[in-house]
Design a protein around this ligand. Structure first.
Ligand code: GLA
Length: 373
């Protein structure tokens, strides 16, 4: 990155920031229903090398995309031609509206979060950019506030109606532990996973599109369900009460809502199971989560079914499920640490044989949240 920076900008960078991607360990689509999620900031992250400028221009170069973009901090508009830069523009625009002093800069960006595969490459970029503005301006945001502003950038500027999960994990995450996040009050507590367990990402390498209509449609159906039940959000209804009342809902809305209420209920139990290395509970909870994701929430896709088979038949696996928004992309397996290499080899071969696609399967550990480095 330093070499590239010198090449493009003729001097060395003076400020470095980074922010991690994330994988959810339990709690699909619970965030915008104000439920809980068990989430892990991962050691795949987005780095920015930067240097302040004297004028009000932001000049960015993405090493992953081999693309450059430039904008004036005094008049920030989206750029249809360089959509990746909208994550940076959006953060700048939201921070400016918050009254923060923005400083112009030159920057080189490099990410090890696979782009667009469900590990929050966009949130990692937003949070690294927000951290850069803090460093350049000499001011600091509380990490939860920073996550909210980055989410606002994605909702209002980029136009993706996501929940808080991705930005919260990227800003608030701590090295060495998962977070049990409560999306209603935005509190979280650290969860120590069993050291004999390896969280393993299994990237199906199939395309997914979060901004596509399905994510928004699911969200609208949940909101409709809550409204019909007289609730502010699905978080408010205990599982037993929901089962008694779901007949009041149209069948498709009932299915979506049942998944959310059940999934929220699994989150705390999964945190306990992963801490205690409770094999039976991990297997049962992940299986129920995946079944619900496919049959009730309908966010499955054929490559996910093939990957599920490959993961569950591989040695050392304790359980596996979807990750992110679903519809393809990455999945997550919980593997006996001592058998990670065997698991990776066999799951890779089985998925490749079934689909003709070579997957990317790799272990991840809990990394620190966004910061300067
Ligand atoms: C995407 C969104 C998150 C969350 C997940 C599903 O990652 O950005 O807010 O809704 O999907 O849990």
């Amino acid at each position: 990155m330093t070499e590239r920076f010198l090449e493009r900008f003729g001097a060395a960078p003076t400020i470095w920031t980074r922010a991690p991607g994330r994988v959810d360990l339990m709690g699909s689509h619970t965030d915008y229903n104000l439920g809980c999620v068990l989430t892990l900031p991962i050691g795949r992250d987005t780095w920015i090398a930067a240097r302040p400028r004297r004028d009000n221009f932001a000049r960015l170069h993405s090493m992953n995309l081999e693309a450059s973009a430039e904008f004036n901090l005094d008049s920030i508009e989206p750029d249809a031609g360089q959509r990746w830069s909208d994550y940076a523009r959006g953060v700048a625009s939201v921070l400016a509206r918050e009254g923060k002093t923005l400083t112009g800069f030159d920057a080189v960006i490099h990410s090890t979060v696979p782009i667009g595969s469900g590990l929050s490459s966009s949130a990692a970029l937003e949070c690294a950019v927000a951290t850069l503005f803090e460093a350049l301006g000499g001011w600091r945001l509380d990490p939860v506030r920073k996550a909210q502003l980055c989410q606002r950038a994605e909702n209002q500027f980029v136009g993706v109606n996501c929940g808080i999960l991705d930005q919260y994990t990227s800003c608030v995450g701590q090295a060495g532990c998962a977070l049990l996040l409560d999306c209603r009050d935005l509190s979280s507590r650290a969860v120590q996973l069993s050291p004999a367990l390896q969280v393993t990402i299994c990237d199906t390498k199939s395309k997914r599109e979060l901004a596509g209509s399905e994510y928004g449609r699911r969200r609208a159906q949940c909101e409709e369900g809550a409204r019909r039940l007289g609730l502010k959000s699905l978080r408010e209804i205990p599982l037993g009460d929901f089962h008694n009342r779901e007949a009041e809902l149209p069948a498709d809305v009932a299915r979506r809502c049942r998944f959310i209420v059940e999934e929220h209920d699994r989150v705390g139990r999964m945190a306990e199971a992963l801490a205690a290395h409770d094999r039976e509970a991990i297997r049962g909870l992940t299986a129920a989560s995946f079944r619900g994701a496919c049959d009730l929430y309908e966010i499955g896709a054929p490559p996910m079914l093939a990957m599920m088979q490959a993961m569950l038949n591989a040695p050392g696996v304790l359980g596996a499920r979807q990750a992110g928004a679903g519809f393809g992309g990455c999945m997550v397996a919980f593997v006996e640490k001592a058998r990670t290499a065997e698991f990776t080899r066999e799951a890779t071969a089985a998925y490749a044989a079934a689909t003709g696609i070579v997957p990317d399967i790799f272990p991840v550990d809990a990394a620190a949240g966004a910061g300067r480095c």
